[in-house]
Design a protein around this ligand. Structure first.
Ligand SMILES: [Zn+2]
Ligand SMILES: [Zn+2]
Length: 415
């Protein structure tokens, strides 16, 4: 039986200690103070747990019109509700588990460690026999001698494997199956128009689908001598893979038509100028964007004259395909942009003089560029031109090189 007077004396002694300074202590004593105060704190907390357990068991909170032991404790001790809840839960668990109670009372575990033990025991499967539960508790109490609560919590995820390996395998398998089922049911992909020229991509994939997407995107996400952020590179890679798929001609037909992106562009014949383009979706594209699309094999520009008649929906003259594409690949090897190592299969044929401005679809008007550098060139800071040796060369913007000396992709030339 706990003597209240003894506990009160202990409190008074502790109060005296709390009042005394530690600045004059030699190192060894100072460290002993630290260890002893910690042990005392844990023991006091254990006494408190025993009291909480008894208050709860006697129904004192209900008799004082509290809705629960947690609410009662919160008001009585003026502690946060989650602190009160953890106390009540641990007090109940300690009553059920004499081994844990003993470990607390002897100072072998701290209250925070006991909480981790109780949580881990609570997560064990119901069909575990009592001696296996005791064995699991003993394993955790052993960890308490060496590890802080956080490390114990991490170790406890493998607790079942320590005491019942076959059960652990089965439980693991069930957990995996449950997760897979949920992942399959909740799979989703949405592209939503934000109305400001941006689309938001969001969704969920299961592990296998995510691995497929990662395997396709990863090789395209490597930095290739550019200033894009990792997330910008992943966004470009997603588009690259889709362009690649459109280019294989192996996608299922879309009502008889090959799947493709169509952009309609008004052409001002008088001013010899492209207007703002429009995609099937109704989204509008700037003339620069349209000029880039006109280089590319997977996009069909439909150019309208002033009175709306279709001037060009064709591809034959516009695209670098067949023998022309093979000749371009043989000459440039891969993306021609300085410092880029993207191979030819990921590259677009770019018209050095824009096709929409009358540039020919011919080897001497072509440069091979990856999706990213194709965008860079069409943004206009860098320029590409045909050099005297019949190969394209790239002129950096003045802020990179005030003299704007042409550069070549030494990586490609080495091949
Ligand atoms: Zn282009
Ligand atoms: Zn490139």
């Amino acid at each position: 039986m706990l003597d209240v007077d003894v506990l009160a004396q202990a409190r008074d002694l502790a109060a005296k200690c709390a009042d005394a300074g530690v600045w004059s202590l030699p190192d060894a004593d100072l460290l002993a103070v630290l260890d002893t105060a910690h042990a005392l704190e844990q023991l006091a907390a254990t006494v408190k747990l025993h009291a909480v357990r008894e208050v709860d068991a006697r129904g004192i909170p209900a008799s004082q019109h509290a809705t629960s032991a947690t609410v009662w404790l919160r008001h009585r001790l003026r502690v946060d509700v989650d602190v009160a809840r953890r106390s009540v839960e641990l007090a109940r668990e300690v009553e059920r588990r004499p081994g844990l109670d003993q470990a607390l009372a002897s100072g072998a575990v701290s209250v925070a460690q006991a909480q981790v033990v109780a949580t881990a025991i609570g997560k064990l499967p119901d069909r575990l026999t009592p001696d296996l539960v005791d064995a699991a508790e003993a394993v955790m109490l052993g960890w308490a001698q060496d590890f802080e609560p956080k490390a114990m919590r991490q170790l406890s995820t493998g607790l079942l494997a320590y005491v019942a390996p076959e059960l652990a395998d089965e439980t693991d398998r069930r957990a995996i199956e449950r997760d897979e089922k949920r992942a399959l049911q909740t799979r989703a992909f949405t592209l939503s128009n934000q109305g400001d020229g941006r689309y938001r991509v969001s969704g969920w994939l299961d592990a296998e689908a995510a691995a497929t997407v990662t395997a396709a995107l990863d090789p395209l996400c490597r930095p290739s001598g550019d200033e894009r952020t990792p997330t910008q590179r992943r966004a470009d890679a997603l588009v690259d893979v889709c362009e690649f798929a459109l280019g294989t001609e192996r996608l299922p037909d879309n009502g008889g038509d090959r799947p493709q992106v169509v952009v309609t562009v008004p052409f001002d014949v008088v001013r010899d100028e492209l207007g703002v383009g429009q995609l099937d979706s109704g989204d509008r594209l700037s003339p620069e964007q349209v000029r880039k699309l006109a280089c590319d094999a997977r996009i069909v520009p439909m150019v309208l004259g002033g009175d709306g008649q279709v001037l060009d929906v064709g591809q034959a003259r516009r695209l670098f395909t067949g023998p022309l594409r093979r000749a371009l690949v043989a000459r440039d090897g891969g993306c021609g942009f300085p410092g880029c190592d993207r191979p030819a299969r990921w590259c677009h044929g770019h018209h050095i003089k824009a096709w929409t401005a009358g540039g020919a679809t011919a080897l001497d008007n072509a440069a091979l560029l990856c999706g990213h550098h194709h965008r860079v060139i069409h943004q206009g800071e860098w320029e590409v031109r045909m050099a005297a040796d019949g190969r394209p060369e790239f002129i950096p913007p003045a802020y990179l090189d005030p003299e704007r000396r042409p550069r070549r992709n030494t990586f490609t030339l080495r091949r």
